[in-house]
Write a protein that binds this ligand. Structure first.
Ligand code: ZN
Length: 209
C-alpha cells in the first residue's frame, strides 16, 4: 500500500514531468505491463476529475496502466455512484489518496453560471442534475460583487466547486469518514491550469499545502 503522502509526491513529480514536456519511459503502455496487470491492480490514487477532453488524468500526471483509479464526470461533481466508486477503490485496493481535480475555464461551471443568470426552461433533466450540484458553489458568488466580472467569477466558482466536492466526499459516507479518521485516507482538492499544465493542490493539505 502506498501512503497518501507518498502518492501525492508521485502525482506532483509526474505533473512536473508533464509540464516540462518529459515523459517517463516506464509509464508508456506496453504489452508486458498489460499482461502483468491482467492478474490484478493496485492503483496508488483515486482521481475524481472533469470529463473535459483537455484534462486526461493519466497524461497530466504522467502515469501508466494500472496507476490511477479515475472517475470522470462533467464538473467533477459528487453524486452517490461517484462516492461508491471512491469507496470501492479505497476498500478493494487500499487506495489512500483521493484527489478532486477541477480545472480552469470549466464548461460545467460556465453552464451553471449561464443557467443562473439566464434560466432556460427547456434544459434537459439529466444536464440539470449536474448544474444542480454545481449551483450552490456559484450562487453565493453571484450574490457578491464578482457577478460584474465573469472571468474572476468563473475562476472563483471553479475553486468553490472543487472545495464543495472535497467536503461532500469527506462526509459522503460512513465508510469514507471512518477511513479518513482511522485509516489514513486523505481527500484533497486540486486545480489544473489549461494554459500552463500545472496542477495546484490547494485544498485539504493544511499547512503543508
Ligand atoms: Zn470541466
Amino acid at each position: 500500500m502506498i501512503s497518501a503522502r507518498d502518492a501525492l509526491e508521485l502525482l506532483r513529480d509526474g505533473n512536473r514531468r508533464f509540464v516540462a514536456d518529459v515523459r517517463s519511459r516506464e509509464n508508456l503502455p506496453s504489452r508486458a505491463r498489460r499482461v502483468e496487470l491482467a492478474a490484478g491492480q493496485a492503483p496508488f490514487a483515486t482521481i475524481l476529475g472533469c470529463s473535459d477532453s483537455r484534462v486526461p488524468v493519466e497524461i497530466v500526471f504522467d502515469q501508466g496502466l494500472g496507476d490511477l483509479f479515475v472517475i470522470r464526470v462533467a464538473g467533477n461533481i459528487v453524486a452517490p455512484s461517484l462516492i461508491g466508486s471512491v469507496e470501492f477503490a479505497a476498500e478493494r485496493f487500499r487506495t489512500r489518496l483521493v484527489v478532486v481535480l477541477g480545472h480552469s475555464n470549466c464548461g460545467a461551471i460556465q453552464a451553471t453560471i449561464e443557467q443562473l443568470q439566464r434560466p432556460k426552461e427547456n434544459q434537459s433533466r439529466n444536464l440539470h442534475s449536474i448544474v444542480d450540484r454545481v449551483r450552490p458553489s456559484v450562487e453565493a458568488l453571484l450574490a457578491s460583487d464578482l457577478r460584474h466580472d465573469l472571468e474572476r467569477l468563473t475562476d472563483e466558482a471553479v475553486r468553490a466547486n472543487i472545495r464543495a466536492s472535497v467536503k461532500h466526499l469527506r462526509h459522503g459516507s460512513e465508510i469514507i469518514e471512518q477511513l479518513v479518521l482511522k485509516d489514513g485516507l486523505l481527500i484533497v482538492g486540486a486545480e489544473y491550469s489549461l494554459e500552463t499544465g500545472e496542477v495546484d493542490f490547494f485544498e485539504g493539505l493544511g499547512e503543508e499545502a
